[in-house]
Ligand binder design. Structure first.
Ligand code: HEC
Ligand code: HEC
Length: 281
């Protein structure tokens, strides 16, 4: 009975999708008064979207402001933790990341191209699998959990090196199958509410859903600091949350499904600047 009531309220809440504008959708994102971030760009050929818009544009002014200055952006506490972890020896081989990767700046550009094909596993590599691969294969260390603090601190630090560069994932060749799988997942209605990602992020972006201003659900800003939980959030963690909200059983973080979905969603944002680490509600 309890379940039924909850679902019902949820359905009613969805009926209240309106076009009330509360965000500053015309604002421009310039970080530290010098780094121009493209939060809007032309949709690539064949895109289901008229234009690409970053989630930053859908947030209220106060939230937008937190991302305009690194001193105000709470993510940088976690970036510092990432820097410490990068220099810290861990595992049976007595190595730190920095033993082999002299400067984290050498990862510049990596974020724009992920996920990508891994020739030896045949699967998609994400930032998390690349990091854990070095930990388990090269350091003799335990893998980090997908969405826990150490991993998100490290993926935030590495992603930051690409900030301002356009997202540019490959979708053909040996990832064509994964892309197709991701696309299918994006359009499949799931959960008790029988909704797909597209129902909200393609058909209704710009509209309000309860108190939330719906965006295109882009991932150019991940990992993202959320005011709601005061920590860095992974891409798969966010996918999971959205699936739970529609009362669907989410796939596992790191699963083949979520990697494929990540590739597809990343490709929908090809052309938007990497914003990581972003700030959202
Ligand atoms: C023993 C040496 C070694 C250690 C220690 C090491 N790595 Fe690596 N890492 C490599 C090698 C070799 C590659 C593959 C070649 C390359 O891309 O540089 C690689 C690749 C990567 C990549 C993919 C880079 C790209 O552009 O494709 C990432 C990200 C990465 N490492 C992160 C880390 C992190 C984070 C740590 C610490 C947790 C770490 N590595 C520790 C040797 C190491
Ligand atoms: C019932 C509507 C709904 C559905 C269905 C839904 N989401 Fe969301 N999603 C939201 C809301 C609300 C937010 C927070 C506001 C925003 O950024 O749109 C959000 C946020 C996101 C974000 C963060 C965007 C950013 O800029 O930080 C991503 C990524 C995302 N969703 C992906 C997905 C994916 C992938 C699916 C399908 C598995 C999905 N969502 C299904 C409502 C939905």
């Amino acid at each position: 009975m309890k379940k039924f009531t909850r679902t019902l309220t949820c359905v009613l809440a969805l009926c209240t999708i309106t076009t009330l504008a509360v965000a500053n959708e015309d604002a421009e994102l310039i970080i530290n008064e010098e780094l121009n971030i493209s939060t809007k760009s032309a949709a690539p050929a064949g895109s289901a979207l008229d234009e690409l818009v970053s989630g930053w544009r859908f947030r209220i002014k106060e939230t937008q402001a937190l991302q305009m200055d690194d001193f105000d952006n709470p993510s940088f506490i976690f970036i510092e933790q990432g820097e410490e972890l990068f220099a810290k020896v861990d595992g049976s081989e007595g190595k730190a990341c920095a033993s082999c990767h002299e400067d984290v700046a050498s990862f510049k550009g990596l974020r724009t191209a992920l996920p990508r094909h891994n020739a030896s596993s045949g699967k998609l590599d994400t930032m998390e699998t690349l990091v854990n691969n070095c930990r388990t294969e090269r350091m003799g260390a335990e893998p980090w959990k997908w969405s826990k603090g150490k991993m998100t601190a490290m993926t935030s630090l590495i992603s930051l090196q690409s900030r301002g560069m356009p997202m540019n994932v490959k979708v053909d060749g040996n990832v064509a199958g994964a892309y197709k799988m991701g696309e299918e997942l994006y359009y499949t209605r799931v959960g008790q509410l029988e909704m797909s990602c597209a129902n909200c992020h393609e058909d209704n972006y710009g509209n309000m859903i309860r108190a939330d201003h719906l965006s295109q659900g882009q991932i150019n800003g991940f990992p993202t600091y959320r005011l709601k939980n005061a920590k860095m959030n992974s891409i798969h963690g966010r996918f999971k949350g959205c699936m739970k909200n529609i009362r669907a059983t989410p796939y596992k973080e790191g699963s083949e499904e979520f990697r494929a979905l990540e590739l597809y969603v990343a490709s929908r944002g090809n052309g938007l600047s990497v914003e990581s680490p972003s700030v959202r509600n």
